[in-house]
Write a protein that binds this ligand. Structure first.
Ligand code: ATP
Ligand code: MG
Length: 405
């Protein structure tokens, strides 16, 4: 069926009273960015819905992209016709014909914003219901949980018909909740944390620590490839790589083994906080899950979190590994995450990190280092790349990763 429009219904934002304008504006911006590869589309963000005129563009490809945009409850591809009752009957019939025999029960649901139209909603429901039943007697009308609901909308500029409602990504438009830094490793958990942050409307920038020559270019490419997997939810994501070699070497040289990990993590968080401040982000997100490993006990969090007063939000904190993996599979980051590239933490990980580090000791060991100078040098070496899901170089990174397997 050649659809002419996609009608988008807003999610939670319709309940947000006075923020509504900002939400719709932001959603409009995000949808526009996500769909920019389709030049013929025209997007009309209205108060209670958004209309996307297809102007000949194939609806399937557009809908695949729309499914990833947060802030959308559901959407329907529709056909626009002139306000002629005969054309309406024929179009409704043609749409239903495509759905039998799979569909056995149906319902007509009419809305009317043009109150001058000669038929009201009840009349239209009856008229169309009768007509379809006469033509397709194998169908039964059913008001509760029908197989198909044919939606008919009489607007000023025409009548819109749709027979499918496709579930959207839910959540809030990315950006409406402000900006945060996501500490992105190459593991399973942090990409999932990033996805969940965006789902609640938070725009994220990736902060990735890498330690050449202990970690390879491939480990860096993997983190960028993971970022590209999350980019479609928002358009583009900034990837901030922070050189971490010197800090790790210094920490390794002067901190007792049991506290290596705690002190390293304190530096990571402190650097993420410094970047947040510089780039006007309001919080830090990470992929920690309570009790998963030694650095993720509550005691450990106390000893690490000490370095900043910014909110550190841990979206997967209470999830089991299986629950996190399930989301990683849904967002297609899992296969990349499990590729065996060394991470800066694994290489410098002590064999027996303290599972219950003490805050006073962590602070004491850290004071032996020239923290300010180490931080300044790491920050001076930061490199920022804007990553888009279609970036050519990301594609080749992915190929490179594939060829290594
Ligand atoms: P993940 O699966 O996200 O790597 P994990 O279970 O392996 O998590 P850790 O490696 O202990 O746990 O890391 C905990 C969190 O610290 C990560 O989720 C991430 O937010 C942050 N982190 C760890 N390593 C890095 C890194 N190299 N760059 C940026 N952040 C990191
Ligand atoms: Mg990890």
């Amino acid at each position: 069926m050649q659809y002419t429009e996609i009608t988008v219904r807003y999610g939670e934002l319709s309940t947000k009273g006075k923020n509504r304008r900002e939400f719709i504006g932001r959603l409009n911006g995000n949808v526009t960015k996500t769909l920019r590869e389709f030049p013929d589309l025209k997007i009309y963000p209205k108060r209670d819905r958004m209309h996307i005129a297809l102007n000949g563009t194939d609806s399937t490809a557009v809908m695949a992209k729309l499914r990833q945009v947060f802030g959308i409850q559901n959407f329907s591809p529709s056909i626009t016709i002139s306000k002629d009752i005969e054309i309406l009957k024929q179009t409704a019939l043609a749409m239903m014909q495509e759905l039998v025999p799979a569909a056995k029960t149906f319902k007509i649901n009419t809305r009317r914003s043009d109150h001058n139209f000669e038929y009201d909603t009840n009349q239209l429901n009856l008229l169309l219901g009768d007509y379809i039943y006469d033509q397709l007697p194998q169908l039964t009308a059913q008001m509760k949980y029908p197989d198909v609901t044919l939606r008919v909308e009489v607007r000023r500029d025409g009548i819109y018909l749709s027979s499918q409602t496709i579930k959207g990504a839910g959540g809030l438009p990315v950006g409406t909740a402000g900006k945060a830094m996501l500490m992105l490793s190459g593991g399973i958990d942090s990409p999932v944390a990033g996805y969940l942050a965006m789902k609640r409307g938070v725009a994220i920038e990736m902060v990735h620590f890498f330690s050449p020559p202990y970690t390879s270019e491939r480990a860096l490419a993997k983190a960028k490839a993971l970022t590209a997997k999350l980019a479609p939810y928002v358009g583009t994501i900034n990837f901030i790589e922070v050189p971490f070699t010197e800090i790790q070497e210094e920490v390794k040289r002067s901190v007792p083994e049991g506290y290596l990990m705690t002190v390293q993590r304190r530096f990571m968080l402190r650097l993420a906080a410094a970047l947040a401040k510089k780039r006007e982000a309001l919080a830090i997100f990470n992929g920690e899950s309570v009790g998963q490993v030694a650095s993720q006990t509550l005691e450990s969090m106390v000893a690490i979190n000490d370095v900043t007063t910014l909110p550190v939000i841990r979206p997967v904190a209470t999830m089991d590994k299986n629950e996190i993996i399930k989301i990683a599979e849904e967002i297609d980051t899992f296969d990349l995450s499990i590729m065996p590239f060394e991470d800066c933490c694994t290489i410098f990980a002590p064999p027996r990190p303290k599972t219950k580090p003490r805050l006073d000791k962590a602070r004491y060991y850290e004071e032996q280092l020239d923290g300010a100078a180490l931080m300044a040098r790491a920050l001076a070496g930061v490199k920022i790349t804007e990553i888009h899901s279609h970036d050519e170089f990301m594609q080749s990174d992915q190929d490179q990763i594939q060829s290594i397997l």
